[in-house]
Design a protein around this ligand. Structure first.
Ligand code: DLL
Length: 435
């Protein structure tokens, strides 16, 4: 039987969602127009007043917000409440430029906890569960976001934060945590370390977990579920919009429900900025409906996904976004072919003869881009026979060529030679200095 944290909200009809979103969008627009000079100026430039927006269908007339807007208003220029109402600040480092700073009122934190509570309930947690939160605590939203959701459902919450892997494992085992929250790459690393420590996973009490903060494939999910013997759910979010819990996949595991009573997703063509029809792949854009301190309107996430409004077997009515396959700014263009690291991961996981640890090294030889895929062979396939190694490398090369249409150099490396991450995995080294 499907369990819901808030059935009334999670199963409201599409008409109810439409009405609620329209009402909340108008309220949010009034708020930002009155309180945020930057937004007022942007709307005036487009000749739009908050009153011009009658329903959620008018969303497309509003201007987009981008990372650049956040940089220009650094640190607090887009806050829509006085600092006296802000109870929390988070920031995300990003790879380039200034930190992105986000703020929350007490009510914003309540909504955040509610969204994560819905996700944890999907993962099978309740007030009898113990949740170990191994996302980093601090300016990163992962740790505290999961933490407040876990306390909201009344679970016993263990805030280990990330790092110190052996201690994490000792605590997981000794306390008997039933649920784990961390990045999927760190979950795999935990699983491998449990095995290397000579511990038997059947002595652990893990049942479910919420994994996200980075793209991961279905193959990776299968590996993680096998290593940790739990039911793994995908949780999506970004600091600018809230943090973890904007969307989560349900028992069907065929897309992540976006909590549409609080956020409106759209998919646009990143070049023309036009809204695309359901099920088309494009850039995900979010507008906040409930946020008080930092309500972004039409924020361009750079994440690539699609939206599916078909009914879901789980009974939830909220739209499903497809598993994000990557970011437009992580997309590699190799000799004119667009490639996401997750596509390479999919090829590797489907072959099933390597570990899920890989690194992509992109370089340039004269005018020609080169791609090297370094991948660890798994412990069970560890062989020193050169011939076998060569034939496996050739198999991977052929699969990459036929599935993605790119020629790559494949280098098999020893188990454990690719650096492990305790948070988001780093999978690309781009030596081309294109930027
Ligand atoms: O990563 C929030 C989060 C924490 C989500 C814990 C889930 C779990 P940021 O550091 O701002 O926030 O990074 C946001 O990470 O735009 C995506 O590119 C990526 N991302 C997050 N979740 C997923 C996911 C947090 N489930 C950026 N699948 C986003 C794929 C994800 N990518």
């Amino acid at each position: 039987m499907e369990k819901y944290w808030n059935a009334a909200a999670e199963k409201m009809s599409r008409d109810e969602i439409h009405e609620l979103q329209s009402k909340k969008l108008k309220r949010t627009l009034e708020r930002v127009y009155t309180n945020v000079p930057y937004y007022r100026a942007k709307m005036q430039q487009k000749g739009i007043l908050p009153g011009d927006i009658k329903t959620i269908d008018d969303l497309e007339y509003l201007p987009f917000t981008t990372k650049q807007d956040l940089r220009e208003t650094y640190p607090f220029g887009l806050f829509a409440v006085p600092m006296s109402e802000v109870v929390r600040i988070h920031a995300s480092s990003g790879t380039t430029g200034k930190q992105t700073v986000v703020g929350y009122t007490a009510h914003d934190i309540e909504i955040w906890a509610e969204c994560v509570a819905r996700a944890l309930t999907i993962a099978g947690a309740d007030n009898t569960s113990m949740v170990q939160v191994s996302y980093g605590y601090g300016l990163f939203t992962g740790g505290m976001g999961a933490h407040y959701g876990s306390e909201r459902i009344g679970a016993s919450t263990v805030p280990t934060s990330s790092g110190n892997t052996k201690r994490q494992i000792t605590l997981l085992k000794d306390f008997g945590a039933t649920h784990l929250c961390c990045t999927p790459s760190y979950a795999i690393y935990l699983g491998e370390t449990i095995r290397d420590m000579g511990l038997d996973i059947s002595e652990f009490k893990l049942k479910g977990g919420l994994f996200g903060a980075e793209p991961w494939t279905e193959g990776m999910r299968a590996e993680l579920e096998r290593l940790l013997r739990l039911d793994a759910h995908d949780i999506y979010g970004l600091s600018e919009i809230m943090g973890p819990g904007v969307a989560v996949d349900c028992s069907q595991k065929s897309g992540l429900h976006v909590w549409e009573d609080h956020f409106v997703p759209e998919i646009i063509d990143p070049d023309t900025e036009k809204v695309l029809p359901a099920k088309s792949n494009g850039e995900l854009v979010f507008s906040c409906l409930s946020k008080e301190a930092f309500p972004l309107i039409r924020y361009r996430t750079r994440d690539v996904s699609s939206l599916n409004y078909d009914e879901c077997e789980c009974g939830r009515t909220h739209v499903r976004m497809s598993k994000p396959c990557g970011r437009t700014d992580d997309m590699l263009i190799i000799r004119g072919v667009n490639v996401f690291p997750s596509q390479i991961e999919q090829v590797l996981m489907e072959l099933g003869e390597t570990s899920p640890h890989y690194m992509l090294i992109v370089d340039r030889d004269g005018q020609l881009d080169t791609l090297e895929v370094q991948v660890e062979i798994s412990d069970s396939h560890f062989f020193d026979e050169v011939r076998k190694m060569e034939s496996l490398a050739a198999k991977i090369r052929a699969a990459l060529q036929s599935m993605l249409g790119i020629a790559a150099k494949v280098t098999l490396v020893e188990p454990k030679s690719i650096e492990r991450s305790e948070g988001k995995a780093k999978r690309i080294i781009d030596k081309r200095n294109l930027y």
